[in-house]
Design a binder for this molecule. Structure first.
Ligand SMILES: Nc1ncnc2c1ncn2[C@@H]1O[C@H](COP(=O)(O)OP(=O)(O)OP(=O)(O)O)[C@@H](O)[C@H]1O
Ligand SMILES: O=c1ccn([C@@H]2O[C@H](COP(=O)(O)O)[C@@H](O)[C@H]2O)c(=O)[nH]1
Length: 245
């Protein structure tokens, strides 16, 4: 049940799938309509819940470094391309969130001063406290990482209470539900179990960082309208990953 007046988490790191910004069957990497819908949902939760919301967005709608390196490209270079892709997504989201009525800034881990502020942890914390939404772009700034790991890292740095992963599946399964149609979904699962079973819904570095820093994770489907607002306001959807079952 949504508890708009007293949401359980006040400072949240929301990781948005880059892949989910693309509309199915379209040539566009970013769908302005989908971005506007997501921004509206985030703005609603921000207003209703009085929340501090930081965002990390993936880049899978444009590029994944590991896939390009399998095809012969230098891995570090491919990863920098991927990090730049996340900046494009961040700018699209920033503009849409501002249009939805909430002030929003982008901080980039790779300096890009004409379009984004540099990543400065304390400024991000102050901006969140001042009611702005902060988008962390360009991943960690380092190759060989992912935006899920970025989400875990930034959540720890800003002392967010939880990491919410908004993606294209409705939770964590015992196998990839896109490949194994009769996979079984978990309501709750521990970090250790995810690592032991090598579940690929997030990479192991991200799981480990969340585990070590005691950040619970919620994995939920962002295609269902209003799910982002519902999750941010504390409604019980998706799968919760934590220390305890
Ligand atoms: N055990 C599992 N349970 C749920 N999803 C899984 C599992 N194993 C693999 N997946 C896959 O993980 C994907 C989500 O993670 P992934 O990081 O690849 O995408 P994303 O975060 O949505 O996109 P982006 O990289 O653009 O941000 C799902 O689309 C799903 O197919
Ligand atoms: O810290 C980081 C974060 C990301 N990358 C590269 O960007 C792409 C896109 O991110 P996803 O998490 O896959 O959506 C990723 O595949 C990496 O190539 C990075 O190098 N470092």
């Amino acid at each position: 049940m949504t508890n708009g007046s007293n949401p359980p988490y006040k400072r949240i790191l929301l990781k948005l799938s880059g892949e989910a910004l693309r509309s199915p069957g379209s040539m566009d990497n970013i769908s302005p309509e989908i971005v506007a819908r997501i921004a509206g949902e985030i703005a609603d939760a921000h207003r209703q819940g009085g929340l501090e919301i930081a965002l990390v967005v993936g880049g899978g709608n444009f590029w994944r470094g590991a896939k390009a390196s399998v095809r012969g490209m230098d891995r570090a270079t491919a990863d920098y391309v991927g990090m730049l892709a996340t900046v494009m997504n961040a700018l699209a989201l920033q503009s849409a969130i501002e249009r939805a009525g909430v002030p929003c800034i982008v901080q980039s881990a790779i300096e890009m001063k004409n379009v984004a502020e540099p990543f400065i942890r304390l400024k991000a914390r102050n901006d969140l406290a001042d009611g702005k939404i902060v988008i962390f772009a360009a991943g960690t700034g380092n190759p060989f990482f992912s935006t899920d790991t970025t989400a875990a890292l930034r959540a720890s740095e800003i002392n967010a209470e939880i990491v919410m992963k908004a993606t294209s599946v409705d939770g964590v399964y015992d196998a990839d539900p896109k490949k194994v149609p009769d996979a079984t979904r978990f309501d709750t699962i521990t970090y250790q179990e995810c690592l032991r079973r090598e579940l690929k819904v997030m990479d192991s570095t991200a799981f480990t960082l969340c585990m070590d820093n005691k950040k619970p994770i919620i994995v939920f489907d962002m295609h269902t309208p209003n799910n982002i607002t519902r999750a941010l306001l504390g409604e019980r959807i998706g799968t919760i990953i934590s220390q305890e079952h």
